[in-house]
Ligand binder design. Structure first.
Ligand SMILES: [Zn+2]
Length: 235
């Protein structure tokens, strides 16, 4: 019976470790995915800012062309003004000059706004470049560490599963059946040590006679309150 008790204790340790490893095995790829996604987002934000700067420069160039055109028209009408043959012609040239001056002023205002925007975009680009660069280096390092850990986790799972198989061969089928049933019902914890004459799982007191039998490892006892298999402390 002693062998059964030892095997039960070991099986519980292995299964608890396997549960922790399984959680890690699931968590690590998700974290890697998140890190990669964050880096991609930072990069696409940087690309968007760079594109905005390019678009902005084109718009500024167009404004420059528009300004030049207005200035040339003002110059040309100002010259024609002196060759006007009638009062109407003179007035018409004056009106054109006024119109072009208004256009010129509007374009100049627009150019000031564009220059201010260009400054903001430039600041945003510098910040986005820094963020993307930091994230890139950081994520690369973290992903490498996580992938190394994942390999370790998987190796540990293989090793413990082999150990588990050996224990299953040692345990009597009825005990194994009990173990699996309790483990399923009790959130993975089927075997507990007694602690100061209490169940190590739910802390219910254990009658003296049963404590005696547990310590002698005469037969398998389960806790009357929670149903977990009881093994002596320091088994
Ligand atoms: Zn209990």
């Amino acid at each position: 019976m002693n062998e059964t008790f030892i095997a039960l204790g070991r099986l519980q340790s292995l299964d608890s470790e396997l549960a922790t490893l399984a959680a890690r095995n699931e968590e690590i790829p998700q974290r890697v995915e998140r890190l990669k996604k964050d880096t991609e987002q930072a990069r696409s934000s940087l690309d968007a800012t760079r594109q905005a700067i390019t678009d902005h420069k084109k718009e500024y160039k167009l404004a420059e062309v528009e300004l030049k055109s207005a200035e040339e028209k003002i110059g040309s009408y100002s010259v024609q003004l002196y060759s006007a043959k009638t009062n109407e012609q003179y007035k018409a040239f004056l009106k054109e000059i006024e119109t072009q001056k208004k256009i010129k002023s509007r374009v100049e205002d627009r150019m000031i706004v564009l220059m201010e925007e260009a400054e903001r975009l430039e600041q945003r680009r510098v910040a986005a470049e820094k963020e993307a660069g930091v994230l890139d280096a950081d994520a690369g390092r973290k992903v490498a560490a996580l992938e190394a850990e994942l390999a370790e986790v998987r190796a540990a799972v293989t090793e413990r599963e082999a150990g588990r198989k050996e224990l299953l061969a040692v345990l009597p089928p009825a005990v194994l059946k009990l173990y699996e049933r309790v483990r399923k019902n009790k959130g993975g914890l089927a075997v507990v040590s007694t602690k100061h004459e209490r169940c190590g799982g739910c802390l219910s007191p254990i009658p003296a006679q049963i404590m005696l039998e547990i310590s002698r490892k005469d037969r398998i006892h389960t806790c009357e309150a929670c149903g977990r298999i009881l093994i002596p402390d320091g088994n």
